[in-house]
Design a protein around this ligand. Structure first.
Ligand code: SF4
Length: 323
């Protein structure tokens, strides 16, 4: 069976059950994203709802997805309504929640509910975790090639880490391609750039942001949330892995991770990305308040390239850093 999901969750369970997990966000953004958004609006989804939600809705209706796991707590305030509209279209939906207060017992309960639903033993899930962790270790190395050796661009780093949410539905193939990429990157000359940037927030809906930054002398050497999707802490315990994963919890958990990485990666500045109509824009108030290096907020709405105004703002920010 093909199991779509709206945000990272213990994907190990789906693999253990012999099914194929598919991150709906990845299908949306790598496909005809504008059309997916338009289709959802044609069905009545409002203009002032985040494009990712509309994209996921259309992806499910136009693909062969057998069921959808909706992360209804710890991700997006819109997911419950997304699930309702999918249920109305007779799509099987399965809720999953990260508890707001990071309660271990509650998370264990959610994990075991999902294991029961898919008829798998916890030991089988742990075997899959061990397999996926072998690939995650390689992603940690790829990340080091980015921030320590400057051999990987921000865009490449973003793509590998963001796609590790579902390993493109085929971990063996993902690993083979990753091995080839790493080998190629190791043999490159280090990239030349003036500024080391961090990218904070949900992955961008803008297609050419990283390229534009690099052309203007800034490489992104820290992709905050994408790195979280890659579960970089390599915890032995499954529940602990999803408790350390910062994305579903409070912005203060994110800040702790961000501040550590700012120092470790010697960042010159950060770009904090906000998605239009996303409740997470509110978190930006606290990110801006507590991050003490140059900070630029940019906002993306529809899928596509950078607009002229955002380009100008980035150029002015880079000018400010230069002088
Ligand atoms: S960007 Fe924000 S509103 Fe959109 S799907 Fe993600 S969490 Fe939800």
């Amino acid at each position: 069976m093909i199991i779509g999901f709206t945000s990272s969750f213990p994907v190990e369970i789906i693999y253990a059950a012999g099914h194929k997990p598919v991150d709906l966000n990845n299908i949306f953004i790598s496909g005809n994203a504008k059309k997916y958004v338009e289709d959802a609006e044609f069905e009545g989804y409002p203009r002032n709802i985040c494009s990712w939600i509309k994209g996921m809705y259309s992806v499910v209706l136009s693909s062969h997805i057998d069921a959808v796991i909706g992360v209804v707590e710890g991700d997006c305030s819109n997911t419950q309504s997304l699930m309702a509209t999918l249920k109305d279209k007779e799509i099987k939906i399965i809720p999953f929640s990260f508890s707001y207060n990071k309660n271990r017992q509650e998370l264990e309960r959610e994990i075991s509910k999902l294991e029961k639903y898919f008829g798998v033993e916890h030991s089988q899930v742990l075997e899959v975790k061990e397999r996926l962790d072998q690939i995650r270790k390689k992603l940690v190395y790829l990340d080091k090639l980015t921030y320590k050796e400057s051999k990987v661009t921000g865009q490449e780093n973003h793509l590998w880490l963001v796609n590790s949410s579902d390993f493109n539905g085929d971990p063996d193939d993902f690993e083979n391609r990753l091995d080839q990429f790493v080998l190629e990157a190791e043999n490159r000359e280090p990239l030349k750039f003036n500024f080391r940037f961090g990218f904070l927030g949900v992955p961008p809906i803008i297609s050419d942001l990283y390229d534009f930054l690099l052309k203007n002398g800034a490489n992104v050497v820290f992709n905050e949330i994408q790195r979280q999707f890659a579960m970089p802490y390599l915890e032995e315990d499954l529940t602990q892995q999803y408790l350390k994963y910062t994305y579903p919890y409070s912005v203060f958990d994110r800040l702790e991770d961000i501040k550590t990485e700012i120092k470790k990666r010697k960042l010159d500045a950060v770009i904090s990305y906000s998605q239009s109509f996303c409740h997470r824009q509110i978190d930006n108030i606290l990110l801006k308040k507590y991050i003490d290096i140059p900070f630029l907020t940019i906002e993306g709405d529809q899928p596509g390239e950078l607009d002229a105004r955002t380009k100008l703002r980035i150029e002015s920010f880079l000018d400010m850093l230069r002088y």
